[in-house]
Design a protein around this ligand. Structure first.
Ligand code: PMP
Length: 460
């Protein structure tokens, strides 16, 4: 069946999909009895599926990506103009939008100077791991090669980044994993490891120091953390945490890598999540919101100090970063990213994110006052989560099936919300919201209105 010749025949599309597409994150047996979901159009905060049903998208394209919303013709124009001029050239060569976007990005990241391009969040993180390993070989005689990651954090789907996954279910059945990755404890105050204490943030950071001391500081090269843990449960950092984390990294000469793949480009109401805490990382990686899904692009950003380590001995043929990303040479990525950033600036989307994020948090707290099942509400900017529990005293997590029933009911009401999914064993119980940054007050109320109804239906 030639789908291309019958683009309006949606049944043909569905049949082609069912016959040949292997969907992400899917157990395909289900598609023997239900049609795979296919979205066909988007505008602003809304998308339409193949049946014509309209949805308010409160997760920006399933995984926190479409920051500036759907249907942006100026991004499409910028990409088109660039593609007809020069679509691609890779290897050691540069290109015009790559240079211009790097300059604009660095303006927003004081202390950082260098941008390395690739095309997914996993890849951007993997570049950091490779840089750290190369620094270990060249500067530390093979020491300082260990990469610390945090329980419940996620950094990607490749074997290297999976080895750094604090979400055990994602790793299961894909081993053996690469070596030299070590876990540090999570920082979710609601599930404090020390009970109810005033200095939770400091304790959670000090727990990282304990791991560094246990492993031997001379073996530890990198600490990789999400500013707000995304898929692991929308975990916002406790008070004092980041400042102490930075102190510890400096004390033991451990490079600090902030994975801004989700939080970057305005999601939290600042350009980058780490900028809420006044810290100065050595590496920042970003992907999803960089071009809002209009093109595939990711960036590994670092300081001149790190960069210098790769050019200090030009007589050594192994001294430079011997890495390439084929599609890091696509010009569509930085062309889309430049226009994406212009939109965020010109439309005041950081301000809107802070304002609408506050409304979303207030609405969620109001729901919490009426629904016993909401144990905790967490958020930063337009990145919010509500953790569902069967009993507020014991904090027994709501079963994944019931959490999924809530998201399914919201979907039926025309609102797409997310939930933590197959990440932390027994703790896939957090509803997730990350709408496009252009969302308005009545749409925020529509999201929480749908959750209100769904919670009543599922939990009574
Ligand atoms: N880091 C974080 C924090 C993520 O949430 C993700 C993806 N959800 C990644 C990295 C990996 O990005 P990608 O899927 O583009 O490889």
């Amino acid at each position: 069946m030639n789908v291309a010749s019958r683009p309006n025949d949606i049944q043909a599309v569905i049949e082609a999909d069912r016959a040949h597409v292997w969907h992400h994150l899917s157990q395909h047996k289900q598609y023997e009895s239900v049609d795979p979901k296919i979205y066909v159009e988007g505008k602003g905060t809304r998308v339409w599926d193949a049946t014509g049903k309209e949805y308010l998208d409160a997760v920006a394209g399933a995984v926190w990506t479409v920051n500036v919303g759907y249907g942006r013709t100026t991004i499409a124009d910028a990409v088109r103009d660039q593609l007809v001029k020069l679509n691609y050239f890779a290897g050691a060569a540069g290109n015009v939008p790559a240079a211009l976007f790097a300059e604009k990005l660095i303006e927003k990241m004081p202390g950082m100077t260098r941008v390395y391009y690739s095309n997914s969040g996993s890849e951007a993180n993997e570049k950091v791991f490779k840089m750290v390993r190369q620094i270990a070989h060249r500067k530390h005689n093979g020491g300082k090669y260990k990469i610390l990651y945090r329980d419940r954090d996620y950094h990607g789907t490749t074997l290297g980044t999976l080895a750094a996954a604090g979400q055990k279910e994602r790793r299961e059945q894909y081993g053996p994993m690469p070596e030299g990755f070590v876990e540090v404890p999570h920082c979710l105050e609601y599930r404090s490891q020390w009970g109810d204490v005033d200095d939770y943030g400091i304790r959670a950071a000090n727990a990282i120091e304990e791991v560094i001391l246990r492993e031997g500081p001379e073996t530890v090269g990198l600490l990789c953390l999400e500013p707000v843990t995304a898929g692991g449960g929308v975990i916002t950092p406790p008070k004092g945490y980041w400042e102490r984390v930075q102190e510890i990294c400096r004390k033991y000469d451990v490079l600090l890598h902030i994975d801004e793949v989700v939080c970057g480009m305005g999601r939290t109401g600042k350009w980058f999540g780490y900028q809420h805490y006044g810290i100065e990382p050595d590496f920042v990686t970003m992907a999803k919101g960089v071009a809002s899904g209009y093109a595939a692009i990711s960036c590994t950003v670092t300081t001149e100090k790190v960069f210098e380590l790769f050019k200090d001995d030009p007589t050594d043929p192994m001294s430079y970063f011997r890495d390439i990303s084929t599609f890091g040479g696509c010009t569509s990525g930085p062309a889309a990213a430049l226009e994406n950033m212009r939109i965020i600036e010109d439309e005041g989307l950081l301000e809107n994110t802070l304002k609408m994020g506050e409304r979303l948090m207030n609405n969620l707290r109001e729901l919490q006052s009426r629904h016993q099942v909401i144990g905790d509400v967490r958020g930063l900017g337009l990145f919010c989560g509500a953790e569902l529990v069967m009993d507020r005293a014991t904090k027994e997590p709501a079963p994944e099936k019931m959490v999924q029933a809530v998201t399914a009911d919201c979907l039926a009401q025309g609102v797409i919300i997310g939930a933590t999914n197959r990440s932390v064993p027994g703790l896939n119980n957090t509803l997730c919201m990350s709408p496009p940054l252009i969302i308005n007050a009545s749409e925020i109320d529509q999201i929480t209105g749908a959750i209100d109804k769904a919670l009543t239906k599922v939990f009574g």
